[in-house]
Design a binder for this molecule. Structure first.
Ligand SMILES: [Zn+2]
Length: 271
């Protein structure tokens, strides 16, 4: 799933490509991908100009000349900026057409991603209030420690819980825990203030690296012109089972935690 660095890469690119453009038409063929209903979505966005592209955690927020729409890419969504006569892309189920022959194609192989029309700022605030604070933005070391103190669940699962901390997914959780030398199963409330602070720094570091490389394209994620990011060439432990740890040479292990593949160095990250 695209995480904060991937969605932020897309946001920055979209900002350059579509801000100031008016949506003149919408094509779609999967009703469940347009909320609240396709007709309401089309009526809400058609003939509106895009005035800004923002992001909260993994959610993209499109500001319109009147109202908003949001887009969640879930596991396999891609947003592609193309010209009308460019060759077709696979799995495209929604197309926003602009006045200048350009279009925004929403490709989604698994159909879990969606776009949702949001009429007012109040309605938008309601959607955003369920997200926790996010690293690189409003999550401070003190607040992070407090969040971890509240639960004995394994630290890795807490990092993935978007209500507590927003923007971290499986790739960056694994790599940040490795950098901070913390075992993924460690109960969150057993971490000391200094471990918690190194973990937050590690998350910020892997996010910055992810941004620098334009995200991780080991699976579905692509940038808005279809290019791959390259953070997958710099994974520390994620997806590296059987490879050796850069720090100590021990083989990286894979376990299942909360149903997700979890990677760590058994020598550097002890319980
Ligand atoms: Zn190691």
């Amino acid at each position: 799933m695209p995480e904060l660095p991937e969605v932020e890469t897309i946001r920055r690119q979209l900002e350059k490509e579509i801000v100031g453009k008016t949506i003149v038409d919408v094509w779609w063929d999967r009703p469940k991908m347009l909320r609240p209903r396709p007709e309401a979505f089309v009526n809400g966005v058609k003939n509106r100009r895009i005035t800004g592209v923002e992001r909260k955690a993994k959610l993209l927020i499109f500001e319109l000349s009147d109202g908003f729409f949001v887009c969640h890419l879930r596991l396999s969504g891609r947003l592609l900026v193309r010209r009308k006569d460019d060759k077709p892309d696979d799995y495209v189920h929604v197309v926003l057409k602009f006045e200048n022959n350009k279009e925004l194609r929403f490709a989604e192989a698994r159909l879990f991603g969606y776009m949702q029309y949001v009429e007012s700022q109040e309605e938008l605030d309601k959607i955003l209030e369920k997200y926790g604070p996010e690293p690189l933005d409003d999550l401070t070391a003190g607040e992070f420690f407090k969040i971890l103190q509240k639960t004995s669940r394994p630290i890795k699962l807490v990092l993935l819980d978007q209500n507590r901390i927003a923007g971290v997914g499986n790739i960056y959780a694994n790599d940040a825990l490795f950098l901070a030398k913390i075992h993924p199963r460690t109960p969150a409330n057993s971490l000391s203030a200094s471990q918690s602070s190194s973990l937050l720094k590690a998350i910020e570091q892997v996010f910055k690296e992810g941004l620098k490389y334009g995200g991780a394209s080991d699976q579905w994620y692509r940038q808005v012109h279809g290019e791959k990011g390259s953070y997958q060439e710099h994974f520390k432990v994620y997806g590296q089972a059987g490879q050796v740890c850069d720090v100590c040479g021990t083989k990286i292990k894979r376990i299942e935690l909360g149903g997700r593949g979890t990677f760590f160095c058994p020598q550097c990250q002890t319980l």
